[in-house]
Design a protein around this ligand. Sequence first.
Ligand code: NAI
Length: 345
Amino acid sequence: MIKIAMFDSKPYDIEAFQKCVEDKTNIKIKMFETKLNEDTVELTKGYDAVNIFVNDDVSETVINELYKNGVKLIALRCAGFNNVDVKAAFNKIHVVRVPAYSPYAVAEHTIAMLLTSVRRIHKAYNRTKDFNFSLSGLTGFDLHGKTVGVIGTGKIGQIFINICKGFGMDILAYDPYPLKDSQINYTSLDELFEKSDIISLHCPLTSDTHHVISKDTVDKMKKGVVILNTSRGALIDADALLEGIKSRKIGAACLDVYEEESDIFFEDYSGHILQDDILARLISMPNVLITSHQAFLTVEALNNIAQTTIQNITDFFEKDEVNNEVCYNCGRKEECKKTRDKKCF
Ligand code: NAI
């Protein structure tokens, strides 16, 4: 029997995972509402694997406690793994993830936010609910003919680019690993900042991409630029974004992620006083649209996440081979000891 402790579990996760394991007698999942962090790691005693999401905090201290508790596998039910100290996990606990569950879900949500923002749909919706049929203040702009700068041309970035092409937009892209033989017009980050009417972030959060949108880079952008972030919050320096909006350099921002989201997003704080002043100020802006890390949330994605996670876990414990493993050496080809379908250490 493989015993799994699932953290930060929400009703939609529970439904998808329960459906996925209902005919499996070799798996037992305990759902915890709380996030995994230094305060909750003691709950993992007696479990073989932990199943975590984007805002669980798996620091070196948590890794060491998990290791002491006999946990052998950290199974992320998401693609990004910036919340796991993979260096500390190396040689102790294996880490697996779900590299893709529905890149379409995220790319389509990015477009939904862009259209909502530039055509003021969120404002029109509230007005007509109140029988206010005035059009004043709802003027948008055509996407056709605009230049969109895409940072990161992986699975999500490529789908986003294809959708943008359908609108007749011009694409500029930056990726340190450009796609070979693609029709994508790659450029430098500086040129992308200078020439784009809209900038969309689709790269992972790493030390290179942390605060890729900062005061310095906002200074290089066109006046009125629209910034889209459905990737990771800390790609944007939220202070710089707020200043850019206040000075009207930034025309609009659509954010599905936020630098300090971990204690806020996914929870219901209606009726509470929000303690994060920057987030409260951003929300108060008429040209800022915020969704709470919702871009992945489609039926298709939830089912794919549950199936791939359970497959990753059973492969690890029962077949002694791991797909979708991430480790400290990932991306450093010359140092990677992994051969196909074997574990990283
Ligand atoms: P991917 O791994 O397919 O693509 C990432 C791309 O970013 C790669 O082409 C890579 O070369 C590029 N990249 C790496 N370093 C870069 C840098 N310094 N500057 C620019 N590009 C760089 O990942 P995928 O599936 O397209 O996901 C992208 C991001 O979307 C993930 O890292 C994750 O943070 C975020 N995401 C957000 C979700 C949400 O619900 N809001 C759901 C799933 C992913």
